[in-house]
Design a protein around this ligand. Sequence first.
Ligand code: ADP
Ligand code: F6P
Length: 481
Amino acid sequence: MTPRPLVIAANRLPVMRTTDGWETSPGGLVRALLPMVTETGGVWMGWTGVPDDLEGKFEVDGVAMHSISLSEREIEEYYEGFSNDTIWPLYHDAIRDSGYHASHWQTYSEVNQRFADALAAAAPPDAMIWIHDYHLQLVPAMLRSQRNDVRIGYFNHIPFPPPELFARLPWRTEIIEGLLGADLVGFQRDRGARNFAGLAEQLTGAQIEIDHPLGRDGSPGLVHHAQGITAVGAFPISIDVGEIETLSAGRTTRQQYNAIRNRLGEPEVILLGVDRLDYTKGIGNRLSAFGALLDEGRLDGSRHILVQVATPTREGVDHYREERHEIERLVGEINGRHARLGFPVIHYLYRSLPLEELVPLYRAGDVMLVTPFRDGMNLVAKEYVATRLDDDGVLVLSEFTGAADEMTEAVLVNPHDEEALKSAILTAVEMNRHERRNRMRSLRAKITSHDVAEWARRFLNILEQPENPKAQEISGTGLTP
Ligand code: ADP
Ligand code: F6P
């Protein structure tokens, strides 16, 4: 691994408060990056998730943390406002209107500047600074203007939109210039990388060098611009496959799995949805399609039931509150029509579950429904597949997820098309065991050969290359999963 100190900057710190201190947050990304931060003497910078909380350094289990404190107003304007009411909907195909408020932009810029200043002061000499996600798009250039010795990487976890949508943003040039401060900008998919490079060309007059190993698989390669050179590529993220498989194989999981099926009344087929309650996830369309199949008698509520787990998220943003009302209205309506006493057809949980409870649920789900209208990757799809140690189970997957690029043996579906969604659900429910196993075996082979630690190493290996990397220096890094 790299000898340079690794500094991570993300909106959120990888820790959560408990009654007696701090606990590391769950998630493959955190598990992959924390050991690298500790081993290289680096630090993780971010917000605790609580208003007016700590500012500055502290340590959790030997890992150096640096907290950026956000006021109530900053949370409202930088996080809920510009990040989640302007950028999030725009970058997800504009499936909801974005708000464009100069005051939110102003606060977003100020918070980005605070991150950049704190990074410039805290990063050890020659550090590799890896900035994560759409909350911090201005940080690369703000940091570059203060520190020349460091390598700066940026990874966009969500989609990066096509130029005709991005052009709506009143601050479009500033965002592109902000990102061009990085040495390496990574996206989930080739098309995100292409969208970004095209915008750099259009808005800043940058020149794109396609004939370069980074561009081998459809990504643009190098972007030459007024401030220097930025490498651009696709780095599809993955999960901690080993952890999920180990949990899935455990005795407790088997016991819980049996208990879940039993509590649900031993139905023939359990359909499962697990998502943050986000309007991008297509939860409502999925529920409506299931309800319509029951109405038409093509599914039977005594044999086919749906479990939907929805994590509370961004409840301060109007679009999210509206989405929750709509989902809960639909659950009530469909259960009202089809439940029998003591036997709902949709079991709906509005809460977050620990991975130890999620894995048995994945095991219990015969058909996993992942139907977003747009998703950068979708890790739930990968987690489901990783738990299926018996090679059984069917994944219904939206074509509009990054995961669909790789997971072509899923039942792929256009979630905007209700008939297609109904027919994908029926295909999954009726699929014979032989086909289920063939498809799941191929999916599992893909997922297990590409995990999150490898994803992180690949990004950091390329980031570590000296400026203007020569073709032979980064060839063979395996840019495609
Ligand atoms: P997003 O990052 O947009 O939320 P992903 O599917 O990529 O979507 O990642 C979601 C992550 O959150 C997964 O690791 C999944 O296990 C976790 N998750 C989703 N729903 C729940 C839930 N109800 N409880 C706990 N974890 C959840
Ligand atoms: O996938 C995008 C993302 O912002 C992740 O970075 C984050 O873990 C998740 O969505 C949840 O979002 P939030 O931090 O707003 O709760």
